[in-house]
Design a protein around this ligand. Structure first.
Ligand code: BJW
Length: 244
């Protein structure tokens, strides 16, 4: 299942860089971003809720959607795919993990070198000045208001049309350019600028590997495709490369 040539390349790679998307958390029971929602949220399209316009139009709806997701993530656990990346970090000479996910499951699994491109569900800040809020009471007004400037609180995540955190973005592109081997795991490769990272890595000479049960717009650029769920493929990959 894992080509011998890939095993050798991974063993010898000076720096392994990984980009993850929602697919790696699918086996933890967290729906992917472009998967239709079920239950209470079935009538909404996530790509239409994750926008500043949606928040301006209906802040309570967007706040409640994130509260629901925060609870779902708190009840979930990292899966074998997350844990395989902890092993990979342990064995690789140098390792960087770039994630588009806001669920914090990589950190909970035990990875150390994580670059979060799209923020974090666990942080909340105010709409106007991005003042961080450590605690909030949403029993009265939802969203609650910032204690400093009275603007509405929002999740500290990156919505469409918003700039990614400058430092994280800079670190991610630097890591991509330094990669000997770049793994793209569980992402549809549709959202920029994250989707440009594998191409930046390839331009600088990296070998590209994709782990995904479905083909993506990035698939044609890959050197290796490992089709299947990351919770199965990644543990098999780590076992093949570092058997002991
Ligand atoms: C499995 C699996 C299993 C299933 N195992 N795999 C250039 C060209 C065109 C457009 C743009 C461009 N540059 C910028 C844009 C606009 C826009 C964009 O990219 N639009 C495209 C959709 C066309 N980008 C932006 O707006 C970005 N901002 C920006 O560029 O700002 C510029 C600026 C500069 C200065 C000032 C101001 C502005 C921001 C993008 C922010 C994205 N935010 C979100 C929400 C985050 C918060 C939240 O989670 O609510 O990020 S949207 C959503 O998409 C989320 C995800 O991180 C992101 C990527 O999704 P992902 O992870 O790929 O998930 P899915 O669901 O799409 O795919 C899952 C995959 O898993 C699938 O392939 C499955 O097959 C697979 N899978 N089970 C492995 N078991």
């Amino acid at each position: 299942m894992i080509p011998d040539s890939l095993v050798m390349l991974m063993r010898e790679a000076e720096q392994i860089v990984v980009l993850t998307g929602a697919g790696i958390s699918a086996e933890s029971g967290i729906p992917t971003f472009r998967q239709a929602l079920t239950g209470l949220w079935a009538q909404y399209d996530p790509t239409e809720l994750a926008t500043p316009e949606a928040f301006r139009r209906n802040p309570q709806l967007v706040w409640d959607w994130y509260a629901w997701r925060r609870e779902m993530v708190a009840a979930a656990s990292p899966n074998p795919g997350h844990f395989a990346l902890v092993e990979m970090e342990h064995h690789a000479r140098q390792f960087r993990l770039i994630t588009q996910n806001v669920d914090g499951l990589h950190a909970r699994a035990g990875n150390n070198h994580i670059i979060e491109l799209h923020g974090s569900l666990s942080r909340v800040c105010c709409e106007q000045h991005r003042h961080p809020a450590d605690s909030w009471d949403d029993s009265a007004e939802r969203p609650p208001r910032c204690r400093i400037c009275d603007s509405l609180l929002r999740p500290d995540v990156v919505w469409f049309g918003e700039a990614l955190p400058a430092k994280a973005l800079e670190q991610a592109f630097a890591a991509a350019r330094a990669a000997a081997l770049f793994l793209t795991i569980g992402t549809s490769g549709l959202v920029q600028p994250a989707a440009s990272l594998p191409l930046e890595a390839a331009q600088a000479g990296a070998i590209l590997v994709e782990v995904n049960p479905e083909p993506t717009p990035l698939s044609s650029r890959m050197d290796y495709i490992l089709p299947g769920p990351s919770g199965t493929i990644l543990p098999a990959l780590v076992r093949a490369v570092w058997p002991d």
